[in-house]
Design a protein around this ligand. Structure first.
Ligand SMILES: *[C@@H]1O[C@H](CO)[C@@H](O)[C@H](O)[C@H]1NC(C)=O
Ligand SMILES: *[C@@H]1O[C@H](CO)[C@@H](O)[C@H](O)[C@H]1NC(C)=O
Ligand SMILES: *[C@@H]1O[C@H](CO)[C@@H](O)[C@H](O)[C@H]1NC(C)=O
Ligand SMILES: *[C@@H]1O[C@H](CO)[C@@H](O)[C@H](O)[C@H]1NC(C)=O
Ligand SMILES: *[C@@H]1O[C@H](CO)[C@@H](O)[C@H](O)[C@H]1NC(C)=O
Ligand SMILES: *[C@@H]1O[C@H](CO)[C@@H](O)[C@H](O)[C@H]1NC(C)=O
Ligand SMILES: *[C@@H]1O[C@H](CO)[C@@H](O)[C@H](O)[C@H]1NC(C)=O
Ligand SMILES: *[C@@H]1O[C@H](CO)[C@@H](O)[C@H](O)[C@H]1NC(C)=O
Length: 743
């Protein structure tokens, strides 16, 4: 037993650590998980105490696992100081400082289940509500119907929050519901908007990074008129659920978030009674759900009716780079919005390239321009390593690739830098503020145009024209290059990510006193940014349907997602090819439609537990990880194919592969749905029966789906189609994805 456990523990150490899922090229501080001291923090899962008589009892039970401090080096250290914290909600267990030998000893005690070394995760909106079809003041639409998310509590696990920000003003927000047990623990500035603020790192719930303020305001920030970032992106800022409540659980300091703190935050959020947990954090791919403390903790939260929304991670575009892939999580990919912070680059020959810049020369009219400057590019110095030689760079605009030392070039007198993205980034431009209007970011393809022009033309010149903010930019949405892709290595039969939402160059609240601050708002990118958009949508749906389970809410969001863009074209990936379902999941989130899905694919907590028993080794251990749920032996046998997921992923095989699904009527009592299948000729998708007739709300119907490879070309790893249940009022769509090779 101990040996098996130890193997698992080694696997856990191999899997990468979670991180804040935003891209911060400026401050990358990877903390080494292995500390030099022989003591390190472990998270130890144990069986629940026999009798449940409150937290003191838990604490005593947890302390009973810890070594007595006999060795000289620890004289004076009682087990009490070794115990860093007890977990009672996410699972039964604790965090403690232990040596490897001590972990071995702890593992021999009866009641021990598993130990994980603590890991450090890295920190993986003016316009986005409108882009998602949310409009204020029209008196119609989901904002109006869902009352802007009133009464719903969104817990955010993040870097803290700048409570004084106008986004967290509580005008129009009612007091929290009576069931709320949380508190602000002395944080000043709490109100009806910010109703909880607790910290598990640092000395207060404040936000020195900015990330937590940004994500919180994206999910549920109040309306702030006249928001902008240095004059670009001007408009009224609002979160997706502007009347929902926010509770901050600060679990990250700087860029790092330890799993022990994340679990403590989840534990507290469950106790406090949040409805939604927004987790803009991602580790790497996990080695198994039972080895990922966040998946385990979230499992308990979901069993208690809390929808847990997580970042897909920023490790794309590599296949199977997905994080947070457990089926009880709502996993969010990142795409672009139809907005550009446009800076046009005019070539001497009249051609124009659309670049982007966060610092622009802005004036009323006419459009300000930088004037014409000679263009400099050297094949020998693609990263513009001109050693700050003033006589080379002064008065010129330079074309540079990644790695250029922009600030030194500007300091050396360069009139500007046209910074070309890497080939891998495709058409995705992750904007960064270089605090100089001469710096314009362009795609790799446009970088090549500029380099060719500079190399082939004598006396090449360029000028820059600033257009501030353009809306209606096409194509949009486009999957961002960094957004992690499926399929999941652990659960290839669960399509991940689940959904695509805005995550590229997102404007939202920022604490004005951080290093990177230039005002009350900031523009940053990552699946960290797409996650709270979906958390806000969950709050809107929850406000309309307070009794729906997390699985039903997820189903509503997935089956109503947009598979195509607003002009009916396919959603594209960063290379402007058609994005596959392993990049977009069910499609782009559509809040208005999510409110009224017609049918839902529901999954109970016991069914998730039964699935967990199937996916992990079938020993009793899996159930004891899952708090109060039944042991595996008492649960039905639920394989991946049988889990009632709202999307369908199967192996690509020449023999039919059949899955069953159950839909529940949440639309009009009397409804008839007919199936519509879309699939390439090489993929057969057969649904039976083809018609479902409902006479009651809450009625369930079962159908089966058989998928067969009818000659999908061998080089295609993914074949996809869809099935939609269509009634007079509703279209309930599920992508059907066949994947090869099956992990
Ligand atoms: C007690 O343990 C902590 C953490 O392992 C260590 O930093 C500290 O030095 C120990 N104190 C004594 C008196 O040994
Ligand atoms: C609550 O506040 C106390 C006193 O400031 C602090 O010691 C404790 O860590 C805080 N707890 C949480 C969960 O925020
Ligand atoms: C700067 O560049 C000029 C022109 O290429 C060259 O003559 C000069 O030696 C360089 N200066 C330094 C310090 O490298
Ligand atoms: C940005 O530039 C402006 C003026 O050019 C300067 O006042 C400001 O301090 C700069 N900000 C940063 C963060 O460097
Ligand atoms: C940007 O501004 C220039 C100059 O006014 C104009 O010619 C151009 O069409 C604008 N670009 C876009 C994409 O609107
Ligand atoms: C929709 O996508 C197509 C390509 O798939 C593209 O040509 C079109 O411009 C896009 N429309 C919008 C509104 O982005
Ligand atoms: C559960 O189902 C799987 C696949 O159908 C089967 O291989 C396995 O034997 C079943 N286990 C039990 C305990 O019924
Ligand atoms: C699907 O349902 C049918 C009929 O109830 C059953 O015979 C079959 O075993 C089920 N298949 C799976 C994969 O669960």
């Amino acid at each position: 037993m101990a040996l098996v456990l130890f193997t698992n523990f080694l696997l856990a150490t191999l899997s990468p650590t979670p991180a804040l899922s935003y891209l911060n090229p400026g401050a990358r501080k990877w903390r080494d998980a292995t500390e030099s001291s022989s003591h390190r923090t472990y998270i130890v899962l144990v069986e629940p105490p026999r009798s449940n008589v409150g937290e003191d009892f838990h604490r005593q039970w947890h302390e009973s696992f810890l070594p007595r401090s006999r060795s000289r080096s620890h004289a004076g250290n009682s087990s009490e100081t070794r115990l860093l914290g007890s977990y009672t909600e996410v699972f039964s267990g604790f965090a403690a400082r232990l040596t490897e030998a001590e972990v071995d000893a702890v593992a021999k005690k009866p009641g021990f289940v598993r130990a994980f070394p603590d890991r450090t995760l890295q920190l993986a909106t003016t316009h986005t509500p409108e882009f998602l079809g949310l409009n204020k003041g029209t008196g119609t639409g989901i904002w109006n119907n869902a009352d802007y998310g009133k009464g719903v509590i969104i817990g955010v696990l993040d870097t803290g929050i700048h409570a004084a920000h106008p986004s967290f003003d509580d005008h129009g927000v009612p007091p929290p519901p009576a069931r709320w047990k949380g508190s602000c623990n002395g944080t000043s500035g709490c109100n009806n908007k910010l109703i909880g603020a607790k910290w598990f790192v640092g000395g207060d719930a404040g936000d020195e990074v900015g990330h937590g303020t940004h994500t919180s305001s994206t999910a549920a920030g109040n309306f702030v008129a006249g928001a902008s970032y240095k004059g670009v992106g001007t408009g009224t800022a609002a979160g997706i659920a502007p009347a929902a409540h926010i509770a901050m659980y600060k679990v990250c300091s700087d860029e790092s978030c330890d799993t022990s703190a994340i679990l403590a935050g989840m534990d507290e959020a469950i106790k406090d009674g949040v409805d939604v947990l927004s987790v803009s954090l991602a580790g790497g791919m996990s080695a198994g759900f039972d080895l990922d403390p966040i998946a385990i903790g979230a499992f308990t939260a979901v069993s208690k009716g809390i929808t847990v929304v997580c970042a897909a991670g920023n490790k794309g575009p590599r296949m199977s780079s997905i994080a947070n892939d457990a089926p009880w999580l709502l996993t969010v990919a990142a795409g672009s919005v139809d907005r550009s912070f446009d800076a046009g680059v005019y070539l001497g020959d009249g051609r124009r390239i659309d670049g982007e810049a966060l610092t622009q020369l802005l004036a009323a009219k006419p459009k300000p321009s930088s004037g014409r400057y000679p263009l400099l590019f050297s094949k020998a110095r693609p990263s513009c390593d001109y050693e700050n030689n003033r006589s080379v760079v002064a008065g010129k605009i330079l074309v540079c690739g990644a790695g250029a030392k922009i600030h030194s070039l500007i300091d050396a007198g360069a009139a500007g830098v046209l910074l070309s993205s890497a080939e891998l980034n495709g058409y995705t431009t992750v904007l960064r503020d270089y605090n100089s209007s001469g710096v314009v970011q362009v795609t790799a393809a446009d970088g090549k145009v500029l380099r060719d022009y500079a190399s082939e033309t004598k006396n090449s010149v360029v000028s820059i024209t600033y257009n501030s903010t353009l809306l209606g930019v096409r194509p949009a949405p486009v999957v961002a290059w960094f957004s992690s892709r499926g399929p999941s290595n652990i659960a290839p039969g669960i399509l991940k990510p689940d959904i695509l939402a805005p995550g590229l160059n997102i404007l939202a609240a920022w604490p004005p006193k951080t290093k990177s601050a230039t005002g009350l708002f900031n523009i940053i990118s990552g699946t960290s940014m797409s996650t709270p958009h979906v958390s806000g949508v969950v709050a809107l749906v929850k406000s309309l349907h307070p009794d729906w389970s997390p699985a039903a809410i997820k189903s509503a969001i997935l089956t109503t997602a947009d598979a195509v863009n607003s002009t009916g074209g396919p959603i594209l990936d960063e290379k402007h090819g058609k994005a596959d379902a392993c990049a977009t999941g069910a499609g782009h989130v559509n809040p208005a439609r999510a409110a009224d899905p017609g049918l839902v694919y529901d999954i109970t907590a016991d069914e998730f537990a039964a699935y967990m028993c199937w996916v992990q080794s079938p020993d009793a251990m899996a159930a004891s990880l899952m708090g109060s749920s039944l042991p595996c032996a008492d649960l039905p046998n639920i394989t991946e194919a049988q889990l009632n997921y709202p999307t369908i992923a199967v192996p690509l095989r020449p023999k039919p592969f059949t899955v069953n699904r159950t839909v529940t009527n949440v639309g009009p009592a009397e409804s008839t749905y007919t199936v519509k299948v879309e699939a390439p000729a090489t993929l057969s998708v057969h649904v039976s029966p083809q018609t479902l007739c409902f006479t009651k709300v809450g009625e369930k119907k079962v159908f089966s789906v058989s998928v067969t490879d009818h000659g999908v070309p061998e080089e295609e790893l993914i074949a996809e189609g869809s099935l939609s249940w269509v009634s007079e009022k509703h279209v309930v769509r599920s992508p059907v994805v066949a994947v090869s090779p099956w992990a």
